[in-house]
Design a protein around this ligand. Structure first.
Ligand SMILES: [Zn+2]
Length: 164
């Protein structure tokens, strides 16, 4: 996957702009400086993250928040870790966030069905889905009411994550 990033020089030039209310001149400058369309759109919709100096992933968070947290979790499987990380760095909607959930964050775990790729259980996730990043208090805000169950794949012995 090709990565497009703003360089520091561009960041400094557009840092003080109000991304929601750009002047015509500022718009022209951005068109000149930010050639990648996706990056440009992300900037215009979401503005800049002052920490990583890149356009935020959404109005409410930045990909760097996931990246900073990579060292704090592991599924125990390198391939699964890489897959989840890749999704986290691409997602621009809180409806599409993929996370590794430790078993102790689940309750009322119940067997559902055994399929070709593993055994599926139903459970209540105590924390709930990510809603947004709290830039003031430096933490995720979650919505435990947003969904009251999820499915867990116990193992994917013969499945491959490469094709997903
Ligand atoms: Zn950031």
């Amino acid at each position: 996957m090709e990565e497009f990033m703003l360089n520091d020089d561009v960041f400094e030039q557009i840092l003080d702009f109000n991304h929601k209310d750009l002047t015509e001149e500022q718009n022209l400058l951005i068109d000149k400086l930010v050639l990648n369309e996706e990056l440009k759109l992300r900037y215009k919709y979401n503005g800049l993250c002052k920490e990583c100096k890149q356009p935020k992933a959404s109005h409410n968070w930045c990909h760097c928040k996931f990246q900073q947290n990579f060292k704090n979790w592991t599924s125990g499987n390198h391939e699964v870790d890489k897959f989840i990380q890749k999704i986290q760095l691409k997602t621009i909607s809180n409806r599409n966030v993929l996370e590794w959930i430790e078993y102790d964050r689940l309750e009322n775990v119940e067997y559902l069905v055994k399929g070709g790729f593993g055994t599926i259980y139903e459970a209540i996730w105590k924390d709930g889905w990510i809603d947004r990043w709290d830039f003031e208090n430096n933490k995720w805000i979650r919505n435990p009411e947003s969904n009251n169950f999820m499915m867990v794949m116990e193992y994917a012995k013969d499945g491959s994550l490469d094709n997903i």
